[in-house]
Ligand binder design. Structure first.
Ligand code: ZN
Length: 137
């Protein structure tokens, strides 16, 4: 038996409040509801993180997230919407089945994400970029 909670939700073995479904994704209400209308978009086929997605899954999640985000905006008229996605424990991932949070936002809603900028000099920035470009070639 698969002990992944989101695989079990996809399979219908654990109840969820679904809002959208297509061949590759399932969108359902986050139980925690940081703000009303907080939805998770998960891939149906298990992938622990972003690194394991194939191109079809990646495109499907982007498409479904965009579509559901517009529906959330229509339903709740939030002042903003945060799209949050974590990979690995250090990033705050707690369920190791790829998913995206669509989180309606309001001024002073208590949601916090610190952004400790380092502002490195340009030559450092070029070095970081080169390490990434080499691996994309
Ligand atoms: Zn899973």
């Amino acid at each position: 038996m698969n002990d992944c909670v989101f695989c079990r939700i996809v399979a219908g073995q654990i109840p969820s409040t679904r809002v959208h479904e297509d061949e590759h994704t399932l969108a359902f209400m986050d139980l925690g509801q940081v703000n009303p209308g907080h939805v998770l978009v998960a891939v149906k086929k298990h992938a622990a993180s972003l690194y394991e997605l194939d191109d079809v899954q990646a495109a499907a999640v982007a498409r479904a997230s965009t579509r559901v985000a517009r529906a959330i905006r229509g339903a709740f008229a939030p002042a903003g919407l945060s799209v949050y996605q974590a990979n690995g424990k250090a990033a705050g991932q707690t369920v190791f089945h790829y998913h995206v949070h669509l989180l309606p936002r309001h001024e002073a809603d208590g949601m916090e994400l610190t952004w400790p900028v380092k502002n490195p000099p340009r030559d450092k920035l070029e070095g970081y970029a080169e390490e990434i470009r080499k691996r994309l070639a």
